[in-house]
Design a protein around this ligand. Structure first.
Ligand code: COA
Length: 330
């Protein structure tokens, strides 16, 4: 477990998102596998998800989220000096999606890397960017959480295919004297990693044989138990270390994996469900994009305001967790 409560010098100065046009509803899922709208809504809170076009990949989702940011805010990308893309579904392992973004937007030669922290990816990227800004070496960092999960979903497995969707979120983070990223928490339960994986080269995770299809495989019950146990512990640790209480949180923005997980975490921590922002109802579990998509829904309907204290909490494959306390600055 790692905790930090350093003086912040990071401020979020622009924000954008993207989801593909194609909608796959629960009724559509009924035609693909033996399931029902009622079962999916009751167990997950998901009603529909967005699916990328056949020729639309993670890089395209990244580009569209950055373009959306440019359309909404007066951003200047010319002096961006680092790009971090969090994804588990890159078009290619290399070149990185970050290098592709650098080229696409004509950004000057700068640092560019992809990170892989599954559904904790967007918050992990925020934490890494915060660290780079704190050194003073970097001044303006573009982070993106993007996943084209439909390209890695087994649509014959009803226990997983009903969950996942595609999307992306981008944020610009800048160095400032009085930053708004107020606290940070990370944790990893690596010994449980085989409960949720996407295979690459090996057919084994430390003695646990795995399927080598390249599709997402999970033991839903194990992941569920882990999440509802670990996330409340992390919230308590993050708040205590930063001298805050649950009452002070304006918005709890957990990874939108499953509404039942969110409800259980709220019950265990005393955070009111009404103070929670989620995106799974409309977009399913979009992994590294789920937290920005939830924030975006709240920006659009005016729920979130400048100065609101937000607790962003990513968790998932690894199994890993990344959380931050952030004062909303837009
Ligand atoms: N439709 C209908 N029935 C389904 C189904 C579906 N889509 N998927 C599974 N089932 C069935 C199972 O086959 C099982 O049937 P059985 O009792 O006859 O064997 C029954 O429903 C219960 O399965 P189980 O896996 O125990 O269901 P669950 O209540 O745990 O719900 C998840 C399944 C996946 C929704 C749930 O485990 C979950 O959300 N886990 C966390 C997953 C997650 O969020 N992962 C991402 C973290 S980043």
């Amino acid at each position: 477990m790692t905790l930090s409560a350093l003086k912040s010098q990071t401020k979020l100065t622009a924000f954008g998102v993207y989801v593909p046009d194609r909608i796959l509803t629960n009724n559509d899922m009924e035609k693909l596998v033996d399931t029902s709208d009622e079962w999916i809504v009751q167990r997950t809170g998901i009603r529909e998800r967005r699916i990328s076009a056949d020729d639309e990949y993670c890089s395209d989702l990244c580009y569209a989220a950055v373009a959306n940011m440019q359309a909404r805010y007066a951003v200047n990308l010319a002096d961006v000096d680092y790009i971090i893309v969090a994804t588990s579904t890159p078009d290619t392992f290399f070149p990185s999606m970050a290098a592709r973004v650098q080229a696409k937007f004509g950004i000057r030669s700068c640092g560019a890397l992809d990170i892989q922290a599954a559904c904790a990816g967007f918050v992990a990227a925020l934490q890494l960017a915060n660290g780079l800004l704190l050194t003073g070496v970097h001044r303006k960092i573009l982070i993106i959480g993007a996943d084209a999960l439909s390209k890695a979903t087994d649509y014959t497995d009803r226990s997983t295919c009903i969950l996942f969707g595609d999307g992306a979120g981008a944020a610009l983070l800048e160095w400032t004297e009085d930053g708004t990223l107020l606290g940070s928490y990370t944790a990893t339960s690596g010994a449980s990693g085989h409960h949720l994986y996407r295979s690459s080269l090996s057919a084994d995770i430390d003695g646990h044989p795995i399927q080598t299809t390249g599709k997402i495989v999970q033991d839903g019950r194990e992941v569920y138990k882990w999440a509802v146990t670990q996330v409340p512990k992390g919230i308590t640790a993050l708040l205590e270390n930063n001298g805050r209480t649950t009452e002070e949180i304006d918005w709890f923005v957990p990874h939108s994996a499953n509404m039942r997980i969110v409800e259980s975490v709220c019950e265990r921590t005393g955070i009111p469900l009404e103070k929670t922002l989620a995106s799974m109802e409309l977009f399913g579990n979009t992994s590294a994009a789920s937290i920005p998509l939830a924030l975006d829904l709240a920006i659009r309907d005016g729920r979130i305001n400048k100065g609101d204290l937000c607790l962003l909490y990513g968790f998932g494959g690894g199994l890993t967790e990344a959380a931050v306390l952030l004062e909303w600055s837009l």
